[in-house]
Each structure stands twice: as structure tokens, then as C-alpha cells.
Design a protein around this ligand. Structure first.
Ligand code: IPD
Length: 297
């Protein structure tokens, strides 16, 4: 019920803030004693702090909600891959933006999503470096708390919605798969988004600019906040996007698991309806989060 979700939200916000303190302590420690491990390759990073935060969060959830499922980035990597059922399930990235965390670039967060009946229904994203807390419950709006709390409701002001992609500030990410096929496909999409068609870039939309915050969850949040007009990425995991989906959708943004206009960049998926919101977060690997832009292809 909605009062159950409100009480879970209170619990999750407290958990995010406690985890935020652990992340800040870890950040100070890692700047003095770098201790970084590589997962699939030299740019896919994990630290002892990712693991410690996830263990803490998992323990607290098991105590408060013993019947709930748990999907976490680090336990998944370690081989714990529970099947997604209709039961409430937390979906957690203990530190989203691990590369930023390692480098001291203050855009890293904890992302805590709740899935019920296979739909993401609640999201909490907390960046302890900036003390920005994003929260949402399905059907009850999205909020940003920094000192005081404000509702996130797009479009925020005139002249929004934007008349054209050429007026947009767009987030893209490089990801950790740097193989030739992936990086070439992605770079070609970046070219089409940012390049000047009058100077030979075929299909170039010449967006105002491209940004990479280095955290999928914070890119979702920044679209919800209105600071970015669009975020596009191939290769997200459920814990990167679960909380962000609820926050972005509740702010009025559109979230889709695939988009025809970018299909040629990677695995073709052009049969999909480009604006269909797909709640099946465990199956979509391409994400587009967008606020209203009139000429979006
Ligand atoms: C990654 C970050 C990155 C995005 C990747 C994510 P991690 O999460 O969000 O910006 O490009 O898709 O997997 O590894 O920092 O938790």
C-alpha cells in the first residue's frame, strides 16, 4: 500500500544517509591509500568500500524486511544471482560512479531501488559528496532534498520543453567495454548527437554539448532535476537504473529501454517503440532518459 511504501522510503532514506557516511569515510581513506581492484578489465573498478557498503545495506535490509529479495552489484559479481520474483526486492548499487569515487571526482552515490511485482516502484539516490538526496515513489512524485526538499516536476520553466535536440545538453557515458565494435558504435552516436551537419557530419544534430557525470544513477537524477535534457547509455545493469527509473519517471521524464534512433550504434532493436516505457528493468540493457524535446528522432 502507499503507507507501506512511505514507511519503506523513510527506512531507505536513513539507510542511504548512513551508507553516505561510509562512502565519505572510504573516499578519504582511498585518497591516502589507493586500494582498487579490477573486475572484467582495467577500467571496471571495485574497491573494498563498494563491498563493505553493500554488506552493511544488505544486513540492515534483512533485519528490517526479512522476507524481501536483494539484488546487489557486488554480491551479483561474487556469484549471488537470485531469480527475480513478484516479491518486494531491493536492487542496490552501493557506490554508483566507482571510478569517480576512486579519483575523488565528487559524483558518486548510493542507488537503492525497490522492485515489486517486477516493476520498480521506489527509488532513493544519495550523493554524499554534495549532500543531494533524490527520492520517489511510483505515483507520488519525485523530490530533491538539499537542505530543504523540493518536488521535481518537468518541464521546469519556459522555454522548456526544448524545441530541438540542437538546444539540448545530453549525458552519454563511455562505459567499461572498450572493445572496437562497442566503442566505435558509441563514438558514432556521439558524433551524430554533437557534430555539425553543415561540416560533413552526416545526421549531426549539433546538441549544445555532451556530458558524462560518470554515474548512471546521477545522470537519471540530473534529467529529473532539469539540468540535463537527455541521457543515453548502452550497457547499464539493473542496479544502475532501478532507483533512477522511478525518480526520472515521477519527475515527468520518459525512460525507455531501447531507442530506434540509436539502434545502429549497437545491437539493433529498431522494432521497439521508441517511447514505450519498459518496466522490465532486468532485460533492457540500453537506456534513454529524456525530458520533452520536440524533434527527438
Ligand atoms: C557504472 C557507472 C557508469 C556507467 C556504467 C555503470 P559503477 O556503475 O554508472 O557511469 O557508465 O554503465 O555500470 O560501476 O560505477 O557502479
Amino acid at each position: 500500500t502507499s503507507s507501506d511504501l512511505r514507511s519503506i522510503l523513510n527506512f531507505t532514506v536513513n539507510l542511504a544517509r548512513t551508507a553516505g557516511t561510509l562512502i565519505l569515510e572510504g573516499s578519504q581513506a582511498i585518497q591516502s591509500t589507493p586500494d582498487v581492484n579490477e573486475k572484467k578489465n582495467s577500467v571496471d573498478l571495485v574497491t573494498q568500500y563498494d563491498v563493505a557498503v553493500e554488506v552493511h545495506v544488505n544486513n540492515e535490509i534483512s533485519k528490517a524486511y526479512p522476507g524481501y529479495g536483494f539484488i546487489g552489484e557486488e554480491s551479483y559479481s561474487a556469484g549471488s544471482r537470485p531469480e527475480l520474483t513478484d516479491q518486494p526486492t531491493f536492487c542496490v548499487d552501493p557506490i554508483d560512479g566507482t571510478t569517480n569515487f576512486v579519483h575523488g571526482f565528487p559524483f558518486a552515490c548510493i542507488s537503492l531501488g525497490l522492485i515489486y511485482q517486477k516493476r520498480p516502484v521506489l527509488g532513493v539516490i544519495y550523493n554524499p559528496f554534495l549532500d543531494h538526496l533524490y527520492t520517489a515513489i511510483e505515483g507520488q512524485g519525485a523530490y530533491l532534498t538539499r537542505g530543504s526538499s523540493q518536488p521535481l516536476k518537468l518541464p521546469l520553466a519556459s522555454p522548456k520543453p526544448l524545441s530541438s535536440l540542437s538546444k539540448a545538453l545530453i549525458a552519454i557515458e563511455w562505459g567499461s567495454d572498450r572493445g572496437e565494435a562497442t566503442i566505435t558504435g558509441k563514438s558514432n552516436s556521439f558524433l551524430r548527437l554533437a557534430g555539425d551537419p553543415s561540416d560533413g557530419i552526416a545526421g549531426g544534430r549539433m546538441a549544445h554539448s555532451l556530458r558524462s557525470l560518470g554515474s548512471a544513477a546521477l545522470n537519471f537524477s540530473m534529467v529529473a532535476q532539469g539540468g540535463l535534457d537527455m541521457y543515453w547509455e548502452i550497457g547499464c545493469w539493473p542496479w544502475d537504473v532501478c532507483a533512477g527509473i522511478v525518480i526520472a519517471q515521477e519527475s515527468g521524464a520518459v525512460v525507455t529501454g531501447s531507442h530506434a534512433a540509436f539502434a545502429s550504434a549497437s545491437s539493433p532493436d529498431s522494432s521497439a517503440d521508441p517511447f514505450k516505457v519498459t518496466p522490465e528493468i532486468l532485460t533492457g540493457r540500453k537506456y534513454l532518459v529524456i525530458r520533452a524535446i520536440a524533434d527527438t528522432p
